[in-house]
Design a protein around this ligand. Structure first.
Ligand code: UDP
Length: 260
């Protein structure tokens, strides 16, 4: 087998050239970073779980008509996706105050927001992904007004769907990050959902206990990050299937998380 060409290595994923033109392979690593990569570490088994969770979420979203880059999962750590031109904007969707919003505006973490808030950050590590306005997006041409319409309406639909999906397994979707890409077809392009959706880019709290089941366990040195990611996968019913990650993961982990 010929060696695949690596296109890009990010903080949590490596991208390789796919088997067909216009395709890419996303390889999910166990590496974790926080605070603009000032904090680095590993979450054992994270890549396997995020690959599986993201496959599940993107597949469910495609069933409600959200166009995504996902084609199929190839193995435990890799998925085949469509090559897109990433829009250089991180889309943050918030239902409950937490993280940078709480810090910036002094709103206590856990306070429900009067309505869902969509915020945009400019994807630039050197600048620390600064918050940007829609006026700035239009002014500097990072996305057209039409593209922003598509992005914001998809973000709201995704939030509604995911809030219900997680609520059904007793998880509160506090906030999350989305990335979109342009899929070119001749001279035209359309916006589709790209990147991943996993506990790396979402805040997920147990609805009963408020326990954090996401990357804040790593960011805030709370411990139990492996178990938290597994617990999310387990609740979504992803750990028990024959071809799921169960073979390599300790199924007793969710009991440890609860101290049982
Ligand atoms: N988020 C992310 N990547 C980023 C910034 C934010 O995945 O580069 C996610 C984060 O996990 C959270 C949501 O977006 O679920 C809102 O992030 P916030 O700005 O509060 O991030 P913080 O600075 O607290 O990590």
């Amino acid at each position: 087998m010929s060696r695949r060409r690596q296109i890009y290595e990010g903080k949590a994923k490596i991208l390789y050239e796919g088997p067909e033109p216009g395709t890419i392979i996303q390889y999910f690593k166990d590496d974790a970073t926080a605070f603009n990569a000032q904090k680095k570490g590993t979450i054992q088994g994270k890549g396997v779980i995020n690959n599986r969770i993201s496959e599940y979420v993107f597949t469910r979203l495609s069933h409600i008509g959200i166009p995504t880059h996902f084609i199929k999962r190839l193995n435990m750590r890799e998925q085949l996706v469509r090559q897109v031109e990433i829009v250089p904007i991180e889309v943050l969707v918030r239902n409950v105050a937490a993280g940078s919003l709480s810090k910036r505006l002094g709103i206590p973490e856990g306070e429900p927001l009067p309505h869902t808030l969509i915020q945009y950050c400019f994807k630039d590590d050197a600048l620390g992904d600064p918050l940007i306005s829609e006026e700035e997006i239009a002014c500097f041409g990072w996305a057209t007004n039409e593209e922003m319409q598509d992005i914001s309406s998809m973000a709201i639909r995704i939030n509604d769907f995911l809030s219900g999906m997680f609520a059904a397994v007793n998880i509160r979707l506090i906030d999350f990050k989305l990335e979109f890409g342009r899929l070119w077809d001749g001279d035209y392009n359309r916006i589709i959902l790209a990147d991943e959706i996993s506990p790396d880019g979402c805040r997920l709290w147990d609805m009963t206990t408020g326990e954090k089941l996401d990357k804040d366990r790593f960011r805030r040195d709370l411990g139990g990050e492996e178990e938290a990611y597994q617990e999310v996968a387990r609740r979504l019913g992803l750990l028990d299937s024959d071809n799921g990650p169960s073979e390599v993961l300790d199924l007793s982990a969710h009991r440890k998380l609860r101290g049982k």
